[in-house]
Design a protein around this ligand. Structure first.
Ligand SMILES: *Cc1c(COP(=O)(O)O)cnc(C)c1O
Length: 375
């Protein structure tokens, strides 16, 4: 028999795969109860009905390839963000762009720097490109910008900064980030991953906090690429559309590395319609803020530590094996994320759902943790 591993370079052989949140179908098969998914930070209200109608309207033209540049969508986003269309690149989700960025800027001998307990795609994208990922410790469940800056060396090309951070839900201090960017050496490009931008901005308005200067950085011509997605607030995770905003020349290199026609025609139509349906986004944001408070308070009343969230999920330290608790929760019909793969085996991440879903989660959580306390 052929040993195919000899065909594959060492940095690819040692790649760990991405472990996605369990689908309700798979969980139902395993646990034989109907399950709700609170594991992947999706929009619990579904996509905008206008996005669904827009997809339906283009389906019968799907014999044609899509617009490779997603021109209409790109123009609409450029207008929305006050940048030139050439500064925006649409991809099949922003995780796809993370891979493109790593393959464009990294090669063996070069590295990227990020924090531990951050987005699980950063290690995969970096290693697949042959680069090395340096992960520095956190400070109070948050990116430690001083530690990140200290880890940068002459071979560093990328810094990944998830703001808010997935899975801890924290944001970085904006003044600290401004200073951090001022001090960075010239050969480093900062990837400012703002997948949860809308949620954070909503919380920031409530809490009277200045959250992000990301577009200002781009307009100042800094070496920053901002990542946004339609997967979270817009409820379009299944159609795969996200984008980056950055220096036009850099974005044109990324564009060459993108798989041709990777953003499908239904995805482009859906995103364009979703962008215009602000009421749908607003509904998700208002519910999220209310329910974040409810879930945080309820978990704290049960004696758990919960980091204040800036996103659509909670990070909760359980003080016991999170995988076991998750398994028991699944038996009660709730799928959440145990954070062992992030190096936090006693913590969970729970996506904030509808009021009804959160009620089901709280009841189930109470039941399965009471059982573990009796033990
Ligand atoms: C969800 C998420 C993304 C976006 O994923 P898509 O590929 O656009 O679905 C990017 N970064 C972080 C940190 C995320 O949590």
């Amino acid at each position: 028999m052929t040993d195919f591993s000899q065909f594959v370079p060492a940095h690819i052989r040692s790649l760990g795969g991405y472990t996605p949140g369990k689908s309700p179908r798979q969980a139902q098969r395993e646990s034989r109860v109907s399950c709700i998914k609170m594991a992947s930070n999706e929009n619990p209200w579904g996509p905008s009905p206008k996005a669904v109608a827009a997809m339906q309207a283009v389906l019968s033209d799907c014999n044609f390839y899509p617009d490779n540049d997603a021109g209409d969508l790109r123009d609409a986003l450029a207008k929305r963000h006050g940048v030139q269309p050439g500064q925006i690149l649409l991809t099949a989700g922003s995780t796809s762009l993370l891979g493109i960025i790593a393959r464009t800027l990294l090669s063996p001998g070069l590295n990227a720097v990020t924090s531990e307990r951050s987005f699980i795609v950063y290690p995969i994208a970096t290693q697949a490109a042959g680069g090395q990922l340096i992960q520095v410790p956190m400070r109070r469940d948050s990116f430690d910008l001083d530690a990140v800056a200290a880890a940068v060396d002459g071979n560093t090309r990328i810094i990944y900064l998830s703001n808010p951070n997935n899975p801890t839900g924290t944001i970085v201090d904006i003044a600290a980030l401004d200073q951090f960017l001022d001090k960075l050496p010239g050969q480093v490009i900062v990837i400012l991953d703002e997948a949860y931008y809308d949620f954070a901005r909503h919380f920031a308005a409530q809490r009277n906090v200045d959250y992000s200067h990301s577009l200002k950085y781009v307009n100042q011509g800094r070496k920053v690429v901002v990542l946004r997605t339609f997967s979270k607030t817009h409820g379009l995770a299944g159609v795969r559309v996200g984008y980056g905003i950055g220096p036009a020349e850099l974005m044109s290199y990324f564009a060459r590395m993108r798989t041709t026609f990777s953003v499908s025609a239904p995805a482009q139509a859906a995103a364009l319609a979703a962008l215009k349906d602000e009421a749908h986004v607003q509904k998700a944001l208002v519910n999220n803020a209310e329910q974040a408070e409810r879930l945080t308070e309820s978990l704290r009343e049960m004696g758990y530590e919960v980091a204040p969230t800036w996103a659509n999920f909670l990070y909760c330290e359980l003080g016991e094996d999170a995988a076991a608790v998750s398994q028991r929760l699944q038996a009660e019909g709730v799928i959440i994320r145990p954070l062992g793969p992030w190096g936090a085996p006693t913590a969970i991440r729970v996506t904030i759902g509808t009021p009804e879903q959160n009620g089901i989660f709280l009841a189930a959580f109470k039941k399965v943790t009471e059982r573990s306390m009796v033990k």
